[in-house]
Design a protein. Structure first.
Length: 159
């Protein structure tokens, strides 16, 4: 077992996270570092007062489905890591992604966070937020943002 501080890979299971997963596996192998994989369930529901009255069953079902999705995703990443020879542990979190990922990075004393970038551009990032940007500004350790391969190739061609 390695005594090196872990690399934390944050994933939402999106296609953009696939490239980041490959990078996280390669880094963990190269530096003989354990890998901690975290995925955050998006279950935060804003307070809506009486407008939400009568919908508690739907909210409960949505939360349960999201927790199930995260558990399945972490199982899939763990299997892929094992197939690549990477020692991996998984952590399911619940809440706001940037806050929870930073909390887990601190808790595990991560040397690096690896995360994918959706590459949405300014307009969609403004509307949807950007976990990778939030991590770059808030993380307790360095953050490697892995761009989708197609986007990286287009950027290189333009330069």
């Amino acid at each position: 077992m390695s005594t090196t501080r872990p690399i934390l890979f944050a994933t939402d299971g999106s296609p953009s996270a696939e490239g980041a997963q490959k990078e996280a596996f390669e880094l963990a192998l190269r530096f003989d570092a354990p890998l901690v994989v975290v995925s955050v369930a998006h279950t935060a529901v804003p307070a809506i007062g009486y407008a939400g009255y009568g919908y508690s069953n739907i909210v409960s079902e949505l939360r349960e489905a999201e927790h199930h999705r995260v558990k399945a995703l972490l199982g899939s990443v763990s299997e892929a890591a094992e197939a690549e020879g990477v020692h991996c542990s998984t952590v399911a979190a619940d809440g706001f992604a940037v806050e929870e990922i930073c909390r887990k990075a601190t808790e595990y004393d991560a040397q690096l966070i690896v995360v994918g970038s959706h590459g949405w551009g300014a307009a969609r990032r403004f509307l949807s937020g950007s976990v990778s940007t939030g991590l770059v500004h808030s993380a307790p350790c360095p953050v490697l943002v892995v761009r989708p391969r197609a986007q990286a190739a287009e950027h290189a061609a333009a330069a």
